[in-house]
Every structure is written in structure tokens, then in C-alpha cells.
Design a protein around this ligand. Structure first.
Ligand SMILES: [Mg+2]
Length: 191
């Protein structure tokens, strides 16, 4: 098993730290009355390709999750926060997201993380998926947890070990290392 020094690992946010898929399903149900979809139906990162839903509604839900994740009800993935607090005792936490704006997701992290932990985080919001690799390299990271398979493949090509956070949209065949949950991440990072 890989042993990771917490100083060398970084995290994507949506689909890894945040239960973005779960929030999407809940908003679709509660705000749009769509009760026919479940997380397992989201078999593509491009949600519009796999769900029988109006493109406009999909875009509206994602806009809400991007613009105001706290009020949209975006929740952390199970155990993400306690595991992050444990890792933060050993090294500052690093988050790299393709979200276009840093401020809304910074507020979200501030809400869930202890002040002493939040004060030391490194957060990069760069707006596009495909620039992630160079940022992650520049930050000196050797491992990165992400739920987008294409991103993970790019990282691997650049010599960074990706950890694919298993989700219904990234389960198609690949040979990259995976994690199923935050207990797995904790185990990889424990000494
Ligand atoms: Mg993601």
C-alpha cells in the first residue's frame, strides 16, 4: 500500500471533499420535483450526457452549487471533515478546484473547517480542468485526489500519483489507484 506524507497530498473539492452529486440529486428532487434520478445514474462527468433532464435545469443546479454552495445545501462527503482535521495537524491542507470563483467555495470551507485549520489552507480555483496539472506540480504535490478520470490520467502522465475518488461517473476501466471514501485516504496518510 502507498504511504503518503500529508505534506505531499492535495484534494479536489467537488465529488471528493464535497458531496456534489448528492446535492445535485437533492436539489433536482426538492426544487424541481425530479424524483427519477439517483447517484448511480450519473455515469458521466458530463451530467448532460447521462441524465434525461433539461440541459437548462442541469445548468441552473450547477450554477447554484458554484455560486452559493452553502445556501444550495452542499454538504461535505462523509468523514471528510474529521479526516481533513487530522491531516491538518501534520501539514497545511491544499485544495485545487476547477471552480471559476474562489470566494464561494472558500466561504464553504470556512464554514466546515475549524478556524485554525482554515487559516492555513492553500486554495486554488482556476476555472478550467485542464490546467490543474501544472498548478499541482507547482505546489510541490506528489499525490492528488480527484473524481474526474481525465484529470487523473493527465496527472499520472505528469508524474503525479492520482487517487481516483470512486464515483459512479469514473468507474469505467482504468488502472489508476483508487479510494472509496475518506477512511481510505486516512489509512494511506497514517504513519
Ligand atoms: Mg471534482
Amino acid at each position: 500500500m502507498i504511504k503518503i506524507n500529508p505534506v505531499h497530498i492535495g484534494f479536489d473539492i467537488d465529488g471528493v471533499v464535497a458531496d456534489t452529486g448528492g446535492a445535485f440529486i437533492r436539489i433536482a428532487l426538492e426544487e424541481y420535483g425530479i424524483n427519477s434520478i439517483s447517484l448511480e445514474d450519473i455515469t458521466s462527468f458530463e451530467v448532460v450526457d447521462c441524465l434525461d433532464m433539461d440541459r437548462e435545469i442541469i445548468e441552473e443546479i450547477f450554477s447554484r452549487l458554484l455560486d452559493d454552495p452553502l445556501n444550495a445545501g452542499l454538504k461535505p462527503m462523509q468523514n471528510a471533515i474529521p479526516v481533513l482535521h487530522g491531516l491538518a495537524e501534520k501539514a497545511p491542507l491544499t485544495f485545487v478546484t476547477a471552480r471559476p470563483h474562489e470566494e464561494p467555495i472558500a466561504r464553504w470551507l470556512k464554514h466546515f473547517l475549524a478556524p485554525a485549520t482554515y487559516d492555513k489552507i492553500r486554495l486554488v480555483a482556476m476555472g478550467v480542468h485542464d490546467k490543474k496539472t501544472s498548478y499541482i506540480k507547482d505546489l510541490g504535490l506528489k499525490y492528488f485526489v480527484d473524481d474526474r478520470l481525465q484529470t487523473c490520467q493527465k496527472l499520472a502522465e505528469a508524474g503525479i500519483t492520482p487517487l481516483v475518488y470512486n464515483q459512479p461517473w469514473n468507474n469505467n476501466s482504468h488502472n489508476l489507484p483508487t479510494v472509496n471514501n475518506w477512511q481510505d485516504i486516512q489509512a494511506l496518510c497514517s504513519d
